[in-house]
Ligand binder design. Structure first.
Ligand code: BG6
Length: 512
């Protein structure tokens, strides 16, 4: 497959940043994420010459797998999931440095074997390499892995070499405030915060990073980016897919934990934050935390600012699909929400009085994620027809996926002898301008962690602040079971209670 021209982000990276010699150890090496995302990410980084020359990949998992078989599995994963057709030369370079260690996650002796394995790599190479531990396992073993990394000396903090070992932790980072705090404590007992990279793959998306560029690299937005000009913000992350075979996981999670507490709060923070003093990790993350801290507590119950629902059967793309409770692994009386809508109030100088509406759901009409900034209407006196004011509000919308891009709705004169107006959409599409073969989120994130740049990762206090907001809602929902749980037809845009949430403030969801 012919590659499109190199993306400017990558171009910049390759010129300015280089990762030191590294061994990446993936815990959960035979898992789905490893095959779908992590191995293809490593492959594409190698293809773009962004891996250090001395790069080693070690799979770690409970299942005994010979090295050769692990390499075969990795090659198959690249063939199936990489955004590029595999190139034998590129893969051979990685394969020569790919191996596997079998062991339990709470088995101390197995971590000693892993340490010996890495020592042997260093001995052959004749130099030390940084260790990047990628924890891509079920959350129940996050803590044992971290503790064993500490106990075996693998996580040792070497004086003068602050980035010698690092850990990437997959989601979910806790399931409420107490569990997130406990996990942070365990991690901090072994690693310093700058060694910890909590993943939120939304931060690796090009369009999400572009939010900062649009906001702070263009002079025209920032002066308007506040309560004086903005009426409301709507953030939608809609999925067409249902829970599929992940019913067991989803029953323990639900939409609020799965999408809103993490991914969508990142979108809120990037949309609402103040300009950071630099793009250094701490500067950006400090500003994001300030936004999260400024959000007023959510009010729950019938008059609150939260709605939740579960999908019933319906039609998507001309096909009949099951309701949630009829999916595999779901209890008939399940109270798990597959959709949630929230109205957030950010109580600070910039945003007071501007509602931030969030909605996310599975089995919705269409897969689309966007951030829509709705500006206040201009005074309509000049263009009121027969006393009727019908100018559209200007809306700036960041299309996160699919059809990545940006659009702006403007009122325009309809050609003709009368002065009549019509809203028109001005659009920029990534694919048209830059080609469609852009890096996957995990490429950027794995590279950043290797380099030690935490800007696109969640800091511990950020995770806790977000859980602090949502834990009372989760507790309340648990206490009331199915009471107040609305339904929506699969293939629709969500439940009536979500529309009602906006109608209370004379707003309505826009059609993305
Ligand atoms: C994951 C959730 O974090 O994000 C999934 O666990 C969800 O339920 C997925 O489908 C959505 O990611 P994306 O990148 O497809 O929007």
């Amino acid at each position: 497959m012919a590659d499109s021209p190199r993306h400017p982000f990558l171009h910049g990276l390759s010129k300015h940043r280089g990762a030191p010699p590294t061994v990446v150890v993936i815990f959960g090496a035979s898992g789905d994420l490893t095959a779908r995302k992590l191995i293809p990410a490593v492959y594409n980084l190698s293809h773009d010459n962004l891996l250090p020359a001395d790069f080693f990949l070690v799979g770690y998992g409970r299942k005994p797998i010979p090295d050769e078989e692990f390499r075969t599995l990795a090659a198959a994963a690249i063939k199936e999931f990489s955004r590029r057709e595999p190139d034998a030369g590129v893969w051979d370079r990685i394969a020569a440095h790919t191996s596997y260690v079998a062991g339990g996650y709470d088995e101390r002796a197995a971590f000693d074997r892993l340490a010996a394995h890495i020592d042997a790599i260093e001995k052959r190479l004749g130099r030390e390499v940084q260790r990047l531990f990628y924890i891509s396992t079920p959350p129940s073993v996050f803590a044992p892995i971290v503790l064993n990394l500490g106990a075996s000396g693998l996580a040792a903090k070497h004086p003068g070499r602050p980035h010698h070992s690092k850990v990437i932790i997959e989601k979910p980072f806790g399931r409420d405030l107490a569990s997130a705090r406990a996990l942070n404590e365990t991690i901090r007992s072994v690693f310093a915060e700058h060694q910890v990279f909590r993943i939120d793959h939304y931060l690796g998306k090009e369009t999400v990073q572009d939010l900062l560029v649009q906001r702070f690299a263009n002079a025209i937005f920032e002066p308007l980016w506040n309560r004086n000009f903005i009426d409301s913000v709507q953030i939608t992350v809609a999925e067409e897919a249902g829970v599929g075979s992940r019913g067991g996981y989803y029953e323990q999670s639900g939409c609020l934990r799965d999408m809103i507490q993490n991914h969508m709060m990142q979108l809120v923070a990037l949309t609402a934050m103040e300009p950071p003093v630099s793009l250094e990790a701490e500067a950006v993350r400090d500003e994001k935390v300030k936004v999260l801290k400024a959000i007023s507590p959510l009010t729950i119950g019938p008059e609150g600012n939260v709605a939740r629902a579960q999908y019933a059967g319906g039609m998507i793309g001309g096909k009949t699909v099951k309701g949630y409770v009829d999916e595999e692994g779901i209890a008939a009386q399940s109270a798990t929400e597959t959709y949630a809508a929230i109205r957030l109030s950010i109580n600070n100088w910039r945003w007071q009085g501007v509602p931030f509406y969030l909605r996310s759901g599975k089995r919705m009409a269409r897969r689309v994620s966007e951030i829509a900034i709705n500006f206040k209407c201009p005074p309509g006196t000049l263009f009121a027809e027969g006393g009727r004011f019908d100018l559209a509000a200007n809306t700036l919308s960041f299309q996160i996926q699919p059809d990545e891009g940006l659009s702006l709705i403007l009122n325009t004169k309809i050609p003709g002898l009368e002065t009549r107006t019509q809203p028109v959409k001005m659009s920029f599409r990534y694919a048209t301008t830059f080609g469609s073969n852009t890096p996957e989120a995990y490429e950027r994130l794995v590279l950043d962690a290797m380099i030690g740049d935490g800007t696109l990762f969640i800091r511990g206090d950020e995770a806790e602040t977000s859980w602090k907001l949502y834990t009372p809602v989760l507790d309340y929902w648990r206490s009331v079971g199915r009471e107040g749980l609305d339904t929506y037809a699969a293939g629709s845009w969500g439940p009536a209670s979500s529309d009602a949430l906006l109608a209370k403030r004379n707003h309505a969801w826009r059609q993305p």
